[in-house]
Design a protein around this ligand. Structure first.
Ligand code: BES
Ligand code: ZN
Length: 446
């Protein structure tokens, strides 16, 4: 049943697109010129009004005034309020959909007056407000024989590799360590993110980068100076999705299109590209598409708690009724669309199965009509909110800028360098026009 319907939608979208793009059957140049004009008139209604400088201002607020917007924190909530207030000012009625998020640990590490970025694994012990202070002990790989009685009362500094994280921690605590810091043995900008399985450590545990580990070994350990590790447990926290809906007049039980972006970030990252960029473009599309007559229902949804496991979008999709799922045409998910990294010249369209769908096909047609500069690449990849829609049976695509061929992301990803200065206004304009024309092709009243 659903299959037939979406096949029909794909077909009509393709026909529509091809008549816009080529008008091959009309023969005379007058008709072709009219078709071209019409095509431009329709797309132009959206693309002329998309203002990337407005998007840049949203990114400025989210990444600079607020900074990191970790799920469940005050900053994440302030970001939600900002989005809600803007949408209200555009004339939308907003639904704030609150949901609980899993308990989690967050930490800080201070060494020689500097802050070292840490990741605290589930299963670590927490500390009191003052934190755990101690000098470091070099435990190499963390085998039992790497520990002497010298480790007693100290914080063991262990390299990743050869043993499981849980075994390293067990060996350290059995030898008398009061805390454990594990550093990566591979390059990477984000602090080591460990899984301890079911292991419950009796001491505080932190993961750090390779660079941080080497700095602690070379600059801190020899002087025997103390470091301070503070770990706080956050329980019963909540986050929220912000939903702005436009329903068409005179259409009963309309099809629904979901245009989405997550607004939370990881710790330490101001999240200008990941994902104030997607948020800012969806906000600007909402402003523009508020005023045109529609054939379908259009929902702009801003997700919280994406970075801790797509929690917001899973909740949103789980709350859709069976009927709403049936009526859902697709999901355009924008995540990391504005990087200025010169190698990220392609707009990737990530789908879970690597196959095209109504969303990617509509974008391809729009790119042809608009002659947008960045090639589109269809790619098999999850790791963003399009996963939740796919799992709910709704065709979805994550739009994300990457390097063609390698699929690499910019080096600022999930680091303190994910800042406004690394966002390209020109690229925001391009994705805004592309997604705007695509969305309008599906929902606009022709
Ligand atoms: N925007 C990022 C990265 C991303 C998106 C990578 C799409 C690849 C494809 C996203 O916010 C992110 O960081 N995702 C997490 C996984 C998620 C399930 C917590 C990641 O890739 O580590
Ligand atoms: Zn993201």
């Amino acid at each position: 049943m659903r299959k037939n319907k979406s096949a029909a939608v794909v077909l009509s979208a393709v026909l529509l697109a091809s008549s816009f793009a080529y008008s091959p059957t009309f023969g005379t140049s007058t008709v072709q010129a009219e078709a071209t004009e019409y095509k431009h008139a329709f797309d132009q209604k959206v693309i002329k009004r998309f203002k990337a400088e407005r998007s840049m201002r949203h990114i400025q607020f989210l990444s600079e005034q607020l900074g990191p917007r970790v799920a469940g924190t005050e900053e994440e909530e302030k970001a939600a309020s900002y989005i809600k207030n803007l949408l209200t000012s555009y004339g939308f009625d907003i639904e704030v959909q609150e949901f609980s998020i899993p308990d989690r640990l967050m930490g800080t590490l201070e060494a020689n007056g500097n802050e070292v970025r840490v990741n605290i694994p589930a299963g670590s012990a927490s500390t009191d407000e003052a934190g755990l202070s101690g000098s470091l002990y070099d435990a190499e790989l963390g085998f039992p024989e790497d520990f002497t009685s010298e480790v007693e009362g100290k914080i063991a500094l262990i390299s990743r590799g050869e043993l499981t994280f849980a075994n390293k921690i067990k060996n350290a605590t059995e030898a008398g360590a009061v805390g454990v810091i594990i550093y990566n043995n591979q390059k990477g900008s984000a602090p080591l993110n460990m899984s301890l399985g079911d292991y419950e450590a009796s001491v505080p545990v932190a993961g750090i980068t390779k660079v941080s580990g080497e700095a602690l070994l070379n600059d801190v350990l020899p002087s025997n100076s103390e470091v301070t590790l503070t770990i706080e447990r956050f329980e019963n926290s909540t986050s929220q999705n912000i939903i702005a809906t436009r329903t068409p007049k005179h259409v009963e039980d309309p099809d629904i299109l979901h245009v989405t972006a997550h607004y939370d970030s990881v710790q330490y990252a101001p999240g200008a590209n990941d994902n104030a960029s997607g948020t800012s473009v969806v906000l600007e599309l909402a402003r523009i598409l508020k005023s045109y007559p529609l054939d379908k229902e259009l929902r702009f949804v801003f997700f919280g708690a994406e970075e801790i496991g797509l929690v917001g979008s899973k909740h949103y999709v789980s709350e859709l009724s069976e009927d709403e799922v049936k009526r859902s045409t697709g999901n355009f998910n924008l995540d990391m669309v504005g990087t200025d990294w010169d190698q990220a010249t392609s707009i990737y369209m990530n789908t879970l199965d690597g196959q095209s769908n109504i969303v990617s096909e509509t974008a391809v047609a729009a790119a042809q009509r608009l002659d947008t500069p960045s090639p589109l690449t269809l790619y098999k990849r999850g790791a963003s909110d399009h996963v939740s829609f796919y799992e709910g049976g709704i065709p979805s695509v994550n739009f994300i800028r990457r390097e063609p061929g390698t699929a690499d992301l910019e080096p600022y990803y999930h680091t303190p360098q994910d800042v406004l200065e690394h966002v390209s206004e020109e690229r925001l304009q391009e994705i805004g026009e592309l997604i705007g024309a695509s969305v309008y092709q599906i929902v606009g009243n022709k």
